[in-house]
Design a protein around this ligand. Structure first.
Ligand code: CA
Length: 221
């Protein structure tokens, strides 16, 4: 899952990005409300972790503005322990859950998983293209009715391509989707994941468009 972390406490943010990465989340981090609003539009995160105490804007205003978009974003609010009143108004403004600081990483992961499940249930979509079926709520992939085992990156890659079937996605676009901004990556890492993914899906399912990128055709013959 692709997360936008809005947190101005940089040491905390750094350790969160690392810990979230180990848990299988891809996280992009910003430290201000203005950046958060811009990034929520351009980076299409699937979930937002929002600290309420930001240097440039009230986190509750950020939350309100974020929810004015066409696509409601699940938001987990982080707040200082003594601001109960903010928490309540945060929930009224459309936060999906909140966590008081300081918090336990295990608790954060549990909340994120729950939020991920809840969101997935609301928008359960099975994307079926030819013999390949991807269930976005269970994150399972079947080929000809048989479950296939994908790594987290392979799954994100396949999901991105299937959601955009019929369109050619560049390597940069795919990288932006499956890696966080700060992640070190080898220049050929998308090729490597595509190579491995191709062994698990039918031959010809993922097309290479030379010099442009990759695509999955909506209609498979
Ligand atoms: Ca803060």
């Amino acid at each position: 899952m692709h997360i936008l972390l809005v947190e101005d406490d940089l040491p905390l943010a750094r350790s969160l990005v690392k810990a979230l990465g180990r848990e299988g989340f891809t996280t992009n981090h910003v430290a201000t409300g203005a950046e958060a609003l811009m990034t929520a539009k351009t980076d299409t995160p699937e979930l937002v972790i929002l600290d309420l105490g930001l240097p440039d804007m009230d986190g509750l205003d950020v939350l309100r503005k974020m929810n004015q978009g066409t696509r409601p974003l699940p938001v987990l609010v982080l707040t200082a322990r003594d601001t109960i009143k903010d928490k309540v108004s945060g929930l009224n403004l459309g936060a999906d859950d909140y966590l008081a600081k300081p918090f336990d990483m295990a608790e954060l992961f549990a909340r994120l998983r729950a939020l991920e499940r809840r969101t997935a249930l609301l928008q359960t979509v099975k994307i079926a293209i030819g013999p390949v079926v991807l269930d976005t709520s269970t994150q399972e992939v079947e080929v000809d009715g048989e479950l296939v085992d994908l790594t987290r990156r392979e799954l994100m890659l396949l999901k991105t391509l299937m959601e955009n079937s019929g369109r050619v996605l560049s390597r940069d676009k795919l990288e932006a989707r499956i890696y966080g901004w700060d992640e070190e990556l080898a220049s050929n890492s998308i090729e490597v994941h595509i190579h491995n993914l191709r062994k698990k899906v039918p031959a010809g399912f993922i097309k290479t468009v030379r010099g442009v990128g990759y695509s999955i055709q909506a209609l498979q013959t």
